[in-house]
Design a binder for this molecule. Structure first.
Ligand code: SF4
Length: 489
């Protein structure tokens, strides 16, 4: 991946927004398992980390900027009493880059205490916020999560939990996977298009709802299943089970295909597909569509590894001799470089993070496999690095279609102006990054590797057509934003 922001990812530009978790246990305090789950979800957000628990009487909260390991010490975890809890790791897209937008968001109101962790991004948050503000709601942040929390709180004054959440879902439009805690009841809900992942796990003494199954594995639990698009799951307060309510059903889903390509951990299972295997299949598709029998194929670590493995397997099955090699070594101790403001600094960041193994590439034809090209800076530097190390030919293969439009659903991507593919052809990009050849994967090959209908994927950033009704953009389906004019609808 070009331009990821995580501590383990190279350079600047495309980052997941958030990871969420909600836990309900029989007796044990939920804070420590929530903390471990957040560790497992750290790749989804490094800006802030937070936990809210409920002890049956009141909520306890600790939210801090920074990585999970830095945000909590032992006394913080000890103070978070109660057998139900929510957790959140955040990388901001909408809202301020400060603690006011860190989550879980929590609020006390006449109907009790509410906590909310959100992954995704609402398209109509401003409309709902304006309408709530007009009816007397005061907001402490400009984030969309507080909008959802206020709306649910308002509905809870008039309706039970399930109806309150349903009413809010009728008003909000966009991408959301939420874990919610009302007093000591933990819930999880996924937007009707299922844009962001959310799954249910069973622990020895309770249940967990979280963004990725890797977090369930970390807790020693078993993946039960995914929360379905439009489904609300309510965990029993005593940790003995859960109830499920299918609140909305759509003909088409809009799963973010980039979860499979890049964002999710390879050891997570999303909608019944192991992400690692999907990435290997993407590599196989890449060989089938645009394979080139060079001396060596090597991944950009770490994200390109599974692609390159599938690519070389498929190549060998076809009788090609291309050899899989780890030809690019990563410095694991370089932190986030996304704050570097200048192009020159970004370019240097690539050399800080990656170094080619000269003997692997010298005098050889080389194929580099990566999962995306955002601005082109990293790819250009990579090609140069490999040529400087003595490669005779450098071919680039990308395990996803070209990114030509921004994401409005919670992925911190570049703007249209910054995206190299927004106004350049593949050959122009090839020339700009200095490669001998360049190929992207087709949308149909992506759908085939993921094992879903193309119609059930969000492909907004690679087609420019979105599954939601977004100002100034076109949609790929019949979809309309809900009206939010009336306070009582
Ligand atoms: S626009 Fe792209 S990154 Fe954003 S949700 Fe859709 S597929 Fe994912």
């Amino acid at each position: 991946m070009e331009d990821g922001a995580g501590a383990s990812r190279p350079a600047t530009g495309m980052t997941e927004k958030c990871g969420v978790v909600g836990i309900s246990l029989a007796e044990r305090d939920a804070a420590l398992p929530t903390y471990y789950a957040l560790y497992a979800l750290q790749h989804r957000g490094q800006e802030s980390a937070g936990i809210v628990t409920h002890d049956g009487f009141q909520q306890h909260q600790h939210v801090e900027m920074g990585l999970v390991g830095d945000a909590f010490d032992e006394s913080d975890i000890d103070a978070l009493t109660g057998s139900t809890g929510l957790g959140h790791v955040r990388y901001p897209t909408e809202g301020s880059l400060d603690k006011s937008c860190a989550q879980p968001f929590s609020v006390s109101f006449r109907g009790g205490a509410l906590g909310l962790s959100h992954n995704g991004n609402l398209v109509n948050a401003d409309e709902v916020r304006d309408e709530l503000a007009a009816t007397g709601h005061a907001f402490t942040s400009d984030g969309d999560t507080e909008v959802i929390a206020h709306d649910i709180a308002r509905n809870l004054l008039e309706a039970d939990l399930v109806r309150a959440v349903k009413r809010t879902m009728e008003r909000i439009h966009g991408s959301y996977a939420l874990t919610i805690m009302h007093d000591d009841t933990v819930m999880g809900v996924r937007d009707p298009e299922g844009n962001r992942p959310l799954c249910i796990g069973e622990l020895d003494d309770g249940y967990v709802i979280t963004s990725e199954s890797a977090a369930i594995d970390t807790l020693g639990g078993d993946l039960v299943r995914d929360v379905q698009p439009g489904e609300l799951v309510v965990l029993h307060e005593d940790g003995t089970g859960f109830d499920a309510y299918q609140l909305f059903e759509r003909d088409r889903s809009a799963h973010c295909f980039f979860e499979y390509v890049y964002f999710a951990r390879p050891d997570s299972v999303i909608d019944d597909e192991l992400v690692y295997e999907v990435r290997r299949d993407l590599g196989r598709e890449l060989w089938a569509e645009s394979g080139v029998d060079t001396d060596v194929v090597m991944p950009v670590p770490d994200s390109g590894r599974a692609f390159a493995s599938g690519y070389s397997d498929a190549a060998h099955e076809d009788g090609a001799s291309v050899e899989f090699a780890e030809g690019l070594m990563k410095n694991r101790y370089v932190g986030r470089t996304f704050i570097m403001p200048t192009q020159e600094a970004r370019e240097r960041a690539v050399r800080l993070k990656l170094n080619p193994i000269r003997s692997t590439v010298e005098g050889k034809s080389v194929t580099i496999i990566d999962d995306s090209i955002v601005r082109g800076t990293t790819s250009n530097q990579l090609v140069e690095l490999v040529r400087d190390a003595g490669a005779e030919e450098v071919h680039v293969r990308i395990g996803a279609p070209a990114i030509l439009a921004p994401c409005y659903m919670g992925i911190n991507m570049a703007t249209r102006d910054e995206l190299i593919a927004a106004d350049k052809s593949t050959d122009e990009i090839r020339e700009e990054i200095g490669a001998d050849s360049l190929s992207y994967l087709s949308v149909d090959a992506v759908a085939s590797a993921i094992g879903k209908r193309r119609d059930d994927l969000c492909l907004g950033c690679v087609t420019g057509e979105y599954p939601y009704d977004i100002d100034g953009e076109t949609t790929d389906r019949e979809v309309e934003r809900p009206g939010v004019a009336s306070a009582d609808d």
